[in-house]
Design a protein around this ligand. Sequence first.
Ligand SMILES: CSC[C@@H](O)[C@@H](O)C(=O)COP(=O)(O)O
Length: 355
Amino acid sequence: MNRDGHVETLRWNGREIEMIDQRLLPARKEYVACNSARSVADAIRAMVVRGAPAIGVAAAYGIALEAVRLSEEIPSRFTEKMNDGFTVLAASRPTAVNLFWALDRMKKRWSENSGRPLADLASILLQEAHDIRAEDIRINRKMGQYGATLLKDGDRVLTHCNAGALATAGHGTALGIFRSAVESGKRISVYADETRPFLQGARLTAWEMVQENIPVTLITDNMSGYLMSRGEIDAVVVGTDRVAANGDVANKIGTYMVAVLAKRHNIPFYVACPLSTIDLSLATGNGIPIEERPAEEVKGFRNCHWAPEGVAIRNPAFDVTPAELVTALITEKGIVDNKTLTDGDLVGFVKKHRS
Ligand SMILES: CSC[C@@H](O)[C@@H](O)C(=O)COP(=O)(O)O
């Protein structure tokens, strides 16, 4: 547990980065230790660590640990092998832009310090990874404060997938807003979409909320329309893996469906979004690469398969919600409302606030 009382998604043991194995939760709490770019990339691909900001933090440690390893073991091939490390990490998952944001930041730090002895450079990169991790928690707390102002005492809030402490270095983005609302004295209750096929909602969001005694009700993904039509949901808050310059939002598959339903029922649809998740290089959400994951995940879960052999399967892991359906983005620098998004002013907001 960290000092906020929630589980540590990523922890430094003095030599390696340890990540809680999210494939096993909530049944078992076990950590996987990584000490190289390749081992971190494998952990990201296998979903040991997942969630956009957590993937970014893990990648930063992957680069730092690679620098430490190479400076000790094969200093003569440092540059070549470091570049391989960047390549293997960049190929681990395509949609969460935080991965590429973190790699760019580490590359910049490397080039600023390329003239230094390798051991010093490795220490600088390790410190950068620690800084990215600590900043992520601070950013989530800031988003939490802004987001909590949008929720009313008594609100019943729907979320999709897991944008919690487990998807970040701590506190969470969407779930960070729930935590901050509760800390500020508001009584809110959460509906967690199960989130087929990987069940991040049922396994991870439900677990985080239960751990902290925040009232949570688990529903399957096809139940939210019914609850909205009955007036049982007051707001939707989700996280995101990448936001395009026009405000289109990529998030876990099924998010688009929830946004359409929210619009139909006049329910606000909020997206918790650190600035590092906004990709100004993409004009619209059409340019966001959508990961296709293995068919196995749709056939069943773990060792239990229920689909017939030979059936065709699609498994896109994310979808894109158009900006027009987003009531507001909640960032660490403030709230970006729908008018700002649809007027095309997100770019100005990001440029003003990005350091
Ligand atoms: C705070 S993270 C927001 C998103 O990363 C989250 O909603 C999500 O879609 C995660 O997908 P995952 O495939 O589990 O990495």
